[in-house]
Design a protein around this ligand. Structure first.
Ligand code: FBP
Length: 299
């Protein structure tokens, strides 16, 4: 039997096939990740490379996804928010994963996600290297949203790992109605606070913030609006990480007809050399993201 190490050229797979396999692995692992959560609502011993405490569930999801994705013959590197360095798993596409986005929502039993970015380049990669992205949302049901070849698709994942399309060609609605922004409000910079007050003054806009980026972004993808984790007074780069959160979410939102920004440019144009580098994140309908950039322009 061909192992990953001794594949002949004829046995190597195309990037398109590998992307499909990555989505398949992630969808089929999702019920296992979900089933593994109840017993892992406790802190793990270590910290992640960003100095944040880890839950046992973060470590569990990371190990599961590293094993499964690392086994794919077309995947060369696996990196995650939970590991300092990428793991060399062969030759091919690089995969960056946030295994359990929003894991502080585990204790209060709220929404969480898994985020996946696929790069056709060694890590750390750039926005131009993104060839596909996806997230799983562990909500009332388990769903997966993928972006590739200019199309965003939403799937429902069943308990046995089978999955089916529930929304094809997902586009941000033209009549946005939700907004949500992370960080402590007193830590926001004044120009951003003024922007948010303007958004709030529109009676058609409702606050929807749950503390898990994937849950919050999925609301924007469903109802239209804006999500941001902004520059904070004591953390100019915000909290979210470029490779694991910024690029994949920007790729999905932009593919769905929306916009992304770090405050002055598309998130896809941000370039940082550190695998775990952070960036402010603003995503949503064009007008809202343009409004953030305008508001922050004088800072
Ligand atoms: P983790 O991936 O470490 O869980 O952090 C990401 C995140 O949970 C985002 O999903 C969310 O938008 C943000 O942090 C919320 O952070 P905070 O609760 O510190 O405002």
């Amino acid at each position: 039997m061909a192992t990953k190490e001794n594949l002949t050229p004829a046995e190597t797979v195309s990037n398109a096939t590998t992307i499909s396999q990555i989505f398949d692995v992630v969808a089929r692992a999702a019920p296992e990740v979900r089933a593994g959560l109840p017993g892992r609502r406790v802190a793990a011993e270590g910290e992640n490379p960003s100095g944040e405490s880890q839950m046992a569930a973060d470590v569990f999801a990371d190990e599961l996804l590293c094993d499964r994705l690392g086994d794919l013959s077309g995947v060369g590197e696996y990196a995650s928010e939970e590991r300092e360095h990428p793991v060399d798993v062969g030759t091919g596409l690089s995969v960056c994963v946030d295994p359990l986005d929003g894991s502080s929502n585990l204790k209060p039993n709220n929404t969480m996600g898994t985020i996946v970015a696929v790069y056709d380049a060694p890590l750390p990669a750039t926005g131009a290297d993104v060839v596909a992205s996806a997230y799983v949302l562990y909500g009332a049901t388990t769903t997966m949203v993928t972006a590739r070849d200019g199309t965003v698709t939403e799937y429902v994942i069943h308990e046995d790992g089978e999955y089916e399309v529930c929304r094809e060609d997902v586009r941000l609605p033209d009549d946005p109605s939700v907004y949500g922004f992370g960080g402590r409000v007193p830590d926001w910079v004044d120009s951003f606070t003024a922007y948010v007050r303007e958004v709030e003054s529109d009676p058609s806009m409702k606050l929807r913030y749950g503390g898990s980026m994937i849950g919050d972004v999925n609301q924007v993808l469903t109802y239209g609006g804006v999500f941001g984790y902004p520059t904070l007074a004591d953390a100019p780069e915000g909290k979210l990480r470029v490779q694991f959160e910024g690029y994949p979410v920007a790729h999905i939102v932009e593919t769905a007809g929306g916009r992304s920004s770090d405050g002055s440019q598309s998130l896809m144009d941000v370039e940082k050399e550190d695998l775990h580098a952070r960036t402010p994140v603003y995503v949503g309908n064009e007008a809202f993201v343009a409004g953030v950039e305008e508001a922050l322009a004088d800072d």
